[in-house]
Design a protein around this ligand. Structure first.
Ligand code: IVH
Length: 673
């Protein structure tokens, strides 16, 4: 190979990255798409002629085609710690005091104030100028290896002009404006939309196929160099130095010499929160000088040189256009606020829940009102306030309908009298929601059964309950809108494939009140198969179910009521007759396991799939509950745990532990209960 080819290759690599930086980081492209494509074409042509130039870190090799079956676990070079949280300015003053107390009297700490980006954190490694490794946060000590996925992110250079070892921390974010687009595609494919950009980023990062990851607009934002000899003596200068190397830093840090300046910078950032293209859930205040950071060190959990100041949950004001009433899977009628679209915490919101009549009365909300909405962990936000002063005229009070809006059957009150219910099991709205739930991934996982297909099946009365799915033939499906022969065959094949799911998935898919995924699994294990359970007498049912660990009277009654309800029973028999009745594989029960006798509820954002955590607990002899209740020994809390969960834990004397603690317990650590 000629020297000129090698030189030209190097030039092209650098040029392409420089343009990526302008485009993805600075949002200020220097060339047109066409010019960029021409450079890229030059690169691939050159590599075709000289294949030896096509190294793994060439921009042409960003998207690997290796589909992995699992992500490998790797140890972090430096443990990834969390940050101590505060919610008030006084607490920031306390932080400053603690810092000064630990430093020598003459030391004058300077602080950096920067956004706390709300995404998924990763470790990124460069070795000898090459992008050489990357992992998710995991439990802080180990994470999942995701180098192939990081490589698909074009703002991350694969080569840099820095030879020393570089270990970086970044938050991978998705811009708000891009999330709506991802969600539209997901909903069209029958998948649940992501509730926020963080979930979307975290989910995308851990996908097994880099080709799919490459299609997600993921942006790593570097916020810390934890290893980088001679990069700079201070945090703020190190971020500047990294940016100079072409690395995507957040570029939003402010250096503050006094606490007044810190408070000002915090206020400024909070005010400008909505102007950032990505979600920010607070600010991070850090001691700027690395030397001082080293002296301060860290506690078991947090560095002593940094603290997070968390913002209040975002709320948005908008106009209430209409109140409609939705009929859910159980027949419950829920009033829903249809709103003038407004952007809130990363998604465009046009609907919010009004819960029930009591809440509507309490808020005294009327059509046309200006209302405040807030997200409460779920995808559908809630109406939390009404601007009554801005109300014009005398809009009518809202009244819940006396008949089901979908099938016109007179509604009935629920037991607690707060909600209303449609009692007609054949109601098209109930059938539609049941089908949707039945086919969800964690339930019977029926692929290709999207919302529009479900709507048509119900409207044309081809399907009146979930068992009818198994009577469909390809010709019927093909007669529906936008259905080709091949797609229709795929739908039928997917429905047939669902017959082989395990019994617990069927129980989950039926959506029995109070029976979530975990309870369904316990029930399935206790019963063994659909046939056996159908043969239980009412008395046997109560006895067998009552014996399941963690099943309270409500759950026992709910399951017995379901099993002996004539409509439900007919449905179960119908499913059984169609061959949907596989048995539950027996899981090995670990007698004398390290978690024997302890029960767990797992919640919050975790480093891995919740089911995997459940499986580990069970394998060690522990039991798993869906919710914290009396007798639950531990609440395993990931990030972003709701306050109500923590309150319930407190009420029942349940110990709250994190993933790391659970890992210690699983490995039989010393501090076992
Ligand atoms: S510094 C040793 N800076 O917040 C470094 N963290 O609650 C300690 N985060 O795991 C963290 N933006 O994922 C730092 N500007 C920022 C951040 C930030 C977001 C995340 C990070 C960390 C979590 C701690």
């Amino acid at each position: 190979m000629s020297r000129t080819a090698e030189k030209r290759h190097d030039e092209l690599v650098k040029l392409i990255h420089a343009h990526n930086y302008r485009y993805y980081v600075l949002d200020d492209p220097a060339v047109t798409d066409r010019e960029y494509d021409a450079l890229y074409a030059d690169l691939t042509k050159l590599e075709a002629k000289h294949p030896e130039l096509r190294s793994d870190d060439s921009p042409s090799q960003r998207v690997g085609d290796k589909l992995r079956s699992d992500l490998r676990t790797v140890e972090h070079v430096v443990p990834m710690m969390s940050l101590d949280n505060t919610y008030s300015e006084e607490e920031l003053e306390d932080f400053d005091r603690r810092v000064r107390d630990r430093l020598s009297a003459s030391a004058k700490p300077v602080y950096t104030v920067e956004p706390k980006l709300d995404g998924a954190s990763v470790e990124i490694l460069y070795r000898e100028g090459r992008l050489a490794g990357g992992s998710t946060r995991g439990d802080g000590l180990t994470g999942e290896e995701i180098l192939e996925n990081l490589k698909t992110m074009r703002s991350l250079p694969t080569r840099i002009d820095y030879a020393g070892p570089l270990t970086l921390r970044a938050e991978v974010v998705i811009y708000r404006r891009e999330l709506d687009r991802i969600n539209e595609t997901r909903v069209a494919a029958g998948d649940a939309p992501f509730a926020n950009p963080r979930n979307a980023a975290a989910g995308s990062l851990r996908m097994l196929d880099p080709r799919v990851v490459a299609k997600r607009p993921l942006r790593p934002m570097i916020y810390q160099a934890v290893e980088g000899p001679d990069l700079a003596p201070t945090h703020s200068k190190s971020l500047d130095a990294l940016a100079k190397l072409g690395l995507p830093t957040h570029r939003a840090h402010v250096r503050c010499e006094t606490m007044e300046a810190v408070h000002e910078a915090v206020a400024e950032l909070e005010k400008g929160r909505a102007d950032y293209p990505y979600e920010i859930d607070g600010v991070v205040v850090k001691v700027d000088e690395f030397g001082m950071q080293d002296i301060l060190g860290s506690t078991a959990k947090f560095p002593r040189w940094a603290i997070a100041y968390k913002f209040e949950a975002e709320r948005a004001w908008t106009k209430l256009l209409e109140i409609t009433v939705q009929v859910g899977r159980t027949g419950a009628l829920t009033p829903v606020a249809n709103l003038e679209p407004v952007s809130l915490a990363g998604t465009t919101v046009s609907r919010a829940s009004l819960h029930n009549k009591d809440i509507i009365d309490k808020l005294d909300v009327r059509v046309g009102d200006r209302v405040a909405i807030q997200k409460a962990g779920e995808i559908i936000p809630q109406v939390i306030d009404v601007d009554r002063a801005a109300r014009k005229g005398k809009p009518r009070k809202f009244r819940m309908p006396k008949k089901c809006p979908a099938c016109k059957t007179p509604v009935v009150s629920t037991e607690d009298q707060v909600a209303l219910r449609c009692p007609n099991p054949g109601c098209p709205a109930i059938v539609r929601e049941s089908l949707h739930h039945y086919s969800r991934r964690f339930a019977m996982d029926v692929d290709h059964l999207g919302p529009s297909l479900i709507d048509q099946l119900v409207e044309r009365e081809l399907v009146r309950d979930v068992a009818d799915l198994y009577d469909l033939d390809a010709a019927q499906v093909q007669s529906l809108d936008r259905m080709g022969k091949k797609s229709a065959e795929n739908v039928i094949a997917a429905i047939a494939a669902s017959k082989t799911r395990t019994f617990d998935r069927l129980l989950t898919g039926l959506g029995i009140e109070h029976i979530g995924q975990v309870a369904a699994k316990q029930l399935a294990e206790a019963g063994g198969s659909l046939r056996t359970v159908l043969e239980w007498t009412a008395e046997q049912t109560r006895e067998n179910v009552d014996a399941i660990a963690g099943f309270g009277p409500k759950m026992v009654e709910a399951f017995a009521d379901y099993l002996f309800d004539p409509t439900a029973r007919a449905l179960l028999e119908k499913l059984h007759a169609r061959g949907v009745s596989v048995a539950q594989p027996k899981e090995e029960v670990v007698a004398g396991g390290v978690l024997d006798g302890s029960s767990f509820c797992v919640t919050g954002v975790l480093s891995r799939k919740r089911e995997a955590v459940h499986a580990d607990i069970r394998a060690a002899g522990g039991t798993v509950h869906d919710k914290v209740k009396k007798g639950t020994s531990y609440l395993v809390a990931g990030e972003k745990v709701g306050k109500s969960k923590l309150d319930t834990a407190k009420k029942h004397g349940t110990e709250v532990i994190d993933e790391k603690k659970l890992a210690e317990m699983l490995s039989g650590g010393d501090d076992l209960p």
